[in-house]
Design a protein around this ligand. Structure first.
Ligand code: GLN
Length: 510
């Protein structure tokens, strides 16, 4: 069987009907990972540990216990700390770091333990590559080498969760976790033809997630379908007292609306009748590639045919999200990254005369260029005399950006737009020009600034054959409804089913 082509929902059925075992799946994906190291999707694998987890998952199922996800392999972005695998955030400063504990997300998705008997029972395949400390839009900032896009290996996979996206798209895992501070789930998902969702801020615990910008960071799934995202989001979202911004447990089942119509009782040929979709006019202005605009308009037509009504809305402060984000995120990063001092974690310089020099050398040697730049910017905007002019000002505009969304949501239920202004670019194309790189985030940043849930789903291809994603942004706590719309869209289209030209398919699949 070609298990790498299957969705999580399909694998779950195959496990339940004993068509396969967790051990077989783990061996299958491990051999694919080994056969495709060129793509650099993974930073650490530990076959022994993976296989021993798989055996336990099989035992759980054979005793009639476990749930839908028990025994399904998963890869975790290297920003989540994990016992047994290195946790580096793709930085030299943490190159050999092994965490003594699991991040809340890893714990909730992993095998049940005495303290967490309700964990989902998934099997960890390893840790995926990313931009160093999640700072980047192309995965070119990893200290361990850039991730290649499985659709065209001369192009970037997107960032910062590029390793997770490339791993799913190349069939090196069925599903993966990612984090999104300014688009890092949605953008690589779009560039690799995948579905990814950044939940409402606070839905998913940040405990054990190596912090970049704490008021923006949020974890979520990167998968082959909206249904798979819903399946993973269920165990991922819960109240965690260890994260002070964790929301109360809603007990929500994110799969519950998938098969329903938007309005109960609507005609089944128009499952989305009653849904009001807003297209922000600012999203369709200068800077958007025509192939992306065409694909979004085609998606709009599909949604309309499914019964949704479409109207124009306005998010007038969209443009300000880049300057605001690139003040606030570095400010928080400069504070969060002060803990990497050579004393408590990771790399320590070899030769130094005193404590100050030890800090200085350890950080100079350990951090990459982009991380250093952001620490400098962050320290600058937080310093006396500039705090009011930059940091405080940015906080005020952040609120205005959030208010724009609330105005828009008075006339629509969901916002539809592009995820990224263009298809995946070639290596080096934007890395020489930071402004070009930051502009790639124009459509994704505002949802993080407002704390809103937002997702990406495949909606077409460019003339070069590269995938294009559409973005849905919803109001707070509307994830289940957003996933429903994406699921209905995926039932009506097959963009998400298309697979990357898989150079190793013939080698290990049988
Ligand atoms: N590209 C943005 C940045 O560089 C967002 C990254 C992210 O979401 N982690 O900060």
């Amino acid at each position: 069987m070609s298990w790498h082509l299957a969705t999580v929902a399909e694998l779950s059925k195959a496990l339940a009907s004993k068509k396969t075992s967790s051990l077989e799946l783990a061996e299958y994906f491990l051999s694919r990972i080994q056969a495709d190291s060129e793509i650099k999707a993974y930073l650490d694998v530990n076959s022994e540990l993976t296989l021993s987890q798989a055996k336990i998952a099989d035992q759980i199922r054979s005793q009639g216990r476990g749930g839908l996800l028990t025994g399904i392999p998963i890869a975790h972005k290297d920003v989540f700390v994990t016992r047994g695998w290195r946790s580096t955030a793709a930085s030299k400063i943490l190159a050999d770091y092994i965490s003594p504990f699991d991040a809340a997300v890893v714990e909730a998705l992993g095998l049940p333990t005495e303290t967490h008997p309700d964990s989902a029972g998934m099997v960890c395949l390893g840790k995926t590559n990313m931009d160093e400390f999640a700072m980047g839009s192309s995965n070119e900032n990893s200290a361990f080498g850039a991730v290649l896009n499985p659709w065209d290996r001369s192009r970037v996979a997107g960032g910062s969760s590029g390793g997770s996206a490339a791993a799913v798209a190349a069939g090196l895992c069925p599903i993966a976790t990612g984090t999104d501070t300014g688009g890092s789930i949605r953008q690589p998902a779009a560039l690799c033809n995948l579905t990814g969702i950044k939940p409402t801020y606070g839905r998913v615990s940040r405990y054990g997630m190596i912090a970049y910008a704490s008021s923006l960071d949020q974890a979520g799934p990167i998968a082959k379908s909206a249904e798979d995202c819903a399946l993973l989001l269920n165990p991922m979202s819960f109240h965690d007292p260890r994260d002070s911004t964790s929301l109360a447990d809603s007990g929500e089942d994110f799969t519950r609306h998938l098969q329903e119509n938007w309005n109960q009782g609507a005609d089944s040929s128009k499952p989305l009748a009653g849904l009001r979709i807003g297209l922000p006019k600012e999203f369709f202005a200068e800077g958007l590639a025509s192939s992306v605009a065409d694909a979004i308009h085609a998606a709009k037509k599909v949604l309309h045919d499914l019964g949704a009504s479409i109207s124009e809305v306005s998010l007038p402060k969209t443009k300000l999200s880049i300057p605001v984000y690139y003040v606030l995120a570095p400010a928080e990063a400069s504070s969060n990254l002060s803990r990497f001092d050579g004393v408590r974690y990771g790399h320590r310089a070899k030769d130094y005369r005193d404590l100050t020099e030890m800090y200085k050398k350890s950080r100079t040697e350990g951090f990459g260029a982009e991380v250093k730049k952001r620490i400098l910017i962050g320290s600058y905007v937080l310093s006396h005399g500039y705090y009011d002019a930059y940091y405080l000002k940015a906080q005020k505009i952040r609120r205005i950006i959030a208010n724009d969304f609330q105005t828009a949501f008075q006339s629509c239920d969901l916002i539809l737009g592009p995820v990224a202004p263009d298809i995946a670019w070639r290596f080096g194309e934007k890395s020489q020009n930071p402004i070009q790189m930051y502009l790639a985030d124009i459509y994704t940043l505002s949802a993080n600034l407002a704390g809103l849930p937002a997702m990406s789903a495949p909606c077409g291809f460019s003339p070069e054959g590269m995938p294009i994603g559409m973005q849905l942004i919803g109001n707070y706590f509307s994830e289940a409804r957003m996933l429903q719309v994406a699921h209905r869209f995926q039932q009506a289209t097959d963009w998400h089913r298309r697979q990357a030209n898989d150079s190793i398919q013939a080698g290990v699949a049988s």
